[in-house]
Design a protein around this ligand. Structure first.
Ligand code: SF4
Length: 111
């Protein structure tokens, strides 16, 4: 590795170590995020807006949604709709689509 490449690696590592919280905080979807507001995302499905989404039920949650890419047993995981950013497994948004029943049963058994 030449000196120039070493300097780039050094300054990149320094930048990451200076703002470690910013790197991780950016990966979690916040209810206040623009897309989250558009899709009425809530981190807890029991707080979903029943007036605007009357067909919502509290058994609809991220861990049983087709877009949830994490392990249903975990408290959170990446969501395809949010570009892989992390959502709460107990969350919900208006893009919810239930997994096939066999997968959903496995997820519910673990919660
Ligand atoms: S698309 Fe599914 S997994 Fe993603 S936030 Fe909405 S309900 Fe949760």
């Amino acid at each position: 590795m030449n000196v120039h490449r070493r300097q780039i690696v050094f300054f990149s590592l320094c930048s990451l170590s200076a703002f470690p919280g910013a790197v991780f905080a950016a990966s979690m979807v916040q209810e206040s995020d623009a897309l989250a507001r558009t899709l009425a995302y809530v981190a807890d499905t029991t707080r979903a807006n029943q007036i605007d989404y009357p067909s919502h039920t509290t058994d609809q949650m991220c861990r049983v949604c087709t877009s949830f890419q994490g392990n249903p047993k975990d408290s959170s995981g990446p969501c395809k709709v949010y570009g892989g950013r992390v959502v709460s497994a107990k969350g919900w948004c208006s893009a919810f689509e239930r997994r096939p029943q066999s997968d959903a049963n496995a997820a519910n058994a673990s919660s």
